[in-house]
Write a protein that binds this ligand. Sequence first.
Ligand SMILES: C[S@@+](CC[C@H](N)C(=O)[O-])C[C@H]1O[C@@H](n2cnc3c(N)ncnc32)[C@H](O)[C@@H]1O
Length: 220
Amino acid sequence: MISDPPTPQRIADLIRTSFPLTPVPSIPEIQLHKANPQSGLWRFAEADRAFDSPYWAYHWGGGLALARYVLDHPETVASRRVIDLGAGSGLVAIAAALSGATQVTAADIDRYAVIATDLNAAANGVTITTLHDDLTTGLPPEANIILVGDLFYDEALAERVTTFLDRCLAAGIAVLIGDPWRAHLPRSRLALLAEYPGHDFGSGNATEPKTNAVFAFRPA
Ligand SMILES: C[S@@+](CC[C@H](N)C(=O)[O-])C[C@H]1O[C@@H](n2cnc3c(N)ncnc32)[C@H](O)[C@@H]1O
């Protein structure tokens, strides 16, 4: 029987105990709570009707590339107010905080992602403000730069995010995107900044060589 949804404290305890802190591939500066075969995701689904795909519990090519880029180019975010849109585990937000951003906000529509980001920020010794919200429906936020790791995996979402990012550009906010070349990426709007060989959970067992890329989002 499904009882009341777990409290934030209960979710944090479950993440701490079932998703161990593990090094991030190609980003030894950061450790994150991630799923392993013992995590028992079914227990979360049983305990909470609202529990959905735990994207925060896996490594995504876009976030890996964008976090690496930010750490290697701290001037991108140093002394700036940064938003990590669709933060998942908070990897990109943590990279921005480690690289000298004055203020970092991580936003996600999944409450588990927000709690995981809080735990991951603390584990890496950085301060991040978390928001359980869909920023794409609102006005451009108070920020200098928006970082978007792997948010173009669905056609409708990609369209909404692109429209929102256009409003942000018009408000003078810079936008960087990390992505493993997914189908719905708005390629005509992007300038390639860097490419990294690598891992991506969303590509399943694909064996062909692939890269994860970082782009600047440009006006139409
Ligand atoms: C593929 S994961 C990427 C996570 C992280 N950025 C990374 O690269 O590791 C996509 C994340 O975006 C979140 N998401 C989806 N739609 C969103 C929206 N409209 N606003 C904020 N977050 C959203 C999902 O809940 C999920 O955590």
